[in-house]
Write a protein that binds this ligand. Structure first.
Ligand code: UDX
Ligand code: UDX
Length: 466
């Protein structure tokens, strides 16, 4: 596959490089009526940028994906995808000759009518958002805008940022008639990013009051995706993004707190979640109690929103409580493990899951990785396994990543489910019992079928499972 793809990709790519016009023209021939080919620059080839680039190419556009990370661009130009995201590799291969990957805007910005900003927005020490990457993108753009551009911010940025971007570009001498700034936050989940973009439950567009043209540009760009549009102000769109992530994280911390109470009354929290979920005012999603939320968005965005509120002298009581519950979730499991397994320092624990959630290799703010780190302080042997994610190399020597789930489970006193991968849900528990030395199955994601586990003579411990 690799080489042939390489061959095929190479030829298409060379053809595209040699005469983009041929590919452009040929592409128009095959597009559904009314769909026009736009030339788009996507800045930032991370989880959001690469997914956005691939989806827009699939929608019929010519997409130049720009990233300052030389190695990432080399990989992409060699047909290697630097991240694991289901379906992304196939979608990039399918649209390879409508995608270019480069380190600089030079040679691409001139033809582009749309620029989409997808660079990282990390946190400062206090949790507020560090806009230095956004700032360097503004610098890059300001000296290269010589024809009209719709500049779309997809990176998650605090309220007021897009207005600031607009003002900065003016200050840097870009004539107002040559650009507009639009806020179009993404709501994709890692592990289902492609699906989430094609089946978005909403497309949020933030516009400046006097911007009469960008909405039709964005609708044209996304034509092929039939989702409801929410059109609001720049600040409105930024707030919808933060409030969405904050509310989802609140649901998770809420059910985790309820699970703690259920534990005290020997109630099964999954029954409670089922009961809550049937109420359409509450809904069943994001009520799975477990080790807590992680990832590149929830932890960072909640802290940023907390700081945003404080910057306006507003006390973020709920946001703080959500973080407190989430930050103390792992301690509860370390304590439970100590209560369940005597002589913990001389035990061997198989921790299944390293990624912050299933179907991704992303370990940013991963509760599973934090659990491994904190548990390793007890001195016990930890054999970790994850289908895709890798432990970073700052772990103690008593932490070993295994390449198969059986290797990790072998001779273990306890199996601890830290990430709810499908592979773990489908384990053959009688085989697991054979491999293990102990009998404790700790389901810290409430994702296993308890009866099946116990039928095999194993002891099941869940989160608030009575
Ligand atoms: C990013 C943001 O972190 C998130 O807040 C936002 O919601 C969406 O975009 P993600 O795609 O997961 O999320 O980030 P990351 O995987 O870190 O990718 C960012 C990319 O931008 C990196 O590849 C980085 O090299 C690139 N980048 C960063 C640039 O190309 N130029 C810069 O100036 C800074
Ligand atoms: C999230 C938002 O869902 C998405 O809309 C936004 O664009 C980016 O941030 P993502 O970070 O990929 O997406 O993961 P998500 O599926 O939301 O899960 C976030 C965390 O919450 C994970 O650690 C997951 O394990 C945890 N979680 C999720 C729970 O603990 N319980 C649940 O019921 C759901």
């Amino acid at each position: 596959m690799g080489d042939s793809i390489h061959g095929v990709l190479g030829i298409c790519h060379v053809a595209n490089q040699a005469c983009p016009l041929i590919c452009y023209k040929s592409r128009i021939l095959f597009l559904p009526k009314g769909v026009s080919v736009m030339n788009i620059c996507v800045i930032g080839a991370g989880y959001v940028g690469l997914t956005t680039a691939a989806v827009l190419a699939e929608l019929g556009h010519e997409v130049n994906c720009i990233d300052q990370d030389k190695h990432k661009i080399e990989m992409l130009n060699n047909g290697e995808i630097p991240i694991y995201e289901p379906g992304l590799k196939e979608l990039i291969y399918k649209n390879y000759n409508y995608l270019t990957f480069a380190e600089s805007l030079d040679g691409y910005i001139k033809r582009a009518s749309v620029v989409i900003i997808c660079v990282g927005t990390p946190s400062w020490e206090d949790g507020s958002t560090n806009l230095c990457y956004i700032n360097s993108v503004i610098d890059d753009l300001s000296s290269r805008i010589n024809s009209y551009k719709t500049i779309i911010t997809k990176s998650t940025v605090p309220p007021g940022t897009n207005e600031w971007i607009y003002t900065k570009l003016l200050e840097k001498g870009v004539p107002p008639q040559l650009f507009n700034v639009v806020s179009n936050p993404e709501f994709l989940r890692e592990g289902s990013a492609i699906h989430d973009m094609f089946h978005a439950d909403k497309i949020v567009i933030g516009l400046r009051p006097d911007d009469q043209q960008s909405l039709s540009v964005v609708q044209e760009m996304y034509s092929g995706i039939s989702s409801p549009y929410i059109v609001t102000s720049l600040n409105g769109a930024e707030m919808i993004k933060y409030a969405s992530n904050a509310f989802l994280a609140t649901k998770i911390s809420f059910i985790n707190e309820i699970a703690r109470i259920c534990e005290a009354f020997h109630v099964d929290v999954s029954d409670v979640a089922k009961g809550l979920g049937l109420d359409p005012r509450i809904g069943p999603q994001f009520l799975q109690a477990g080790l807590g939320y992680g990832g590149s968005c929830f932890p960072k965005d909640i802290k940023s929103l907390e700081q945003t509120a404080l910057s306006k002298n507003i006390q973020p009581h709920i946001l703080r409580a959500v973080q407190t519950v989430n930050d103390t979730q792992i301690d509860i499991y370390i304590r439970k493990l100590r209560l369940t397994l005597d002589d913990l320092p001389n035990r061997k624990i198989a921790v299944l899951g390293i990624a912050f959630k299933p179907n991704t290799d992303d370990t940013r703010y991963s509760p599973a990785e934090r659990f491994i780190r904190e548990l390793s302080e007890s001195g016990c042997i930890i054999h970790a396994y994850d289908p895709k994610a890798k432990l970073d190399d700052h772990h103690r020597p008593n932490v070993i990543q295994k390449t198969t789930v059986n290797e990790a489970i072998h001779e273990a006193d306890c199996v601890f489910i830290a990430t709810d991968w499908e592979e773990f849900k489908q384990l053959n528990w009688s085989e697991v019992k054979q491999l293990m030395k102990g009998t404790i199955i700790f389901d810290a994601r409430n994702c296993l079928n308890r009866e099946k586990v116990e039928q095999c003579g194993l002891h099941y411990i869940g989160v608030g499972r009575g």
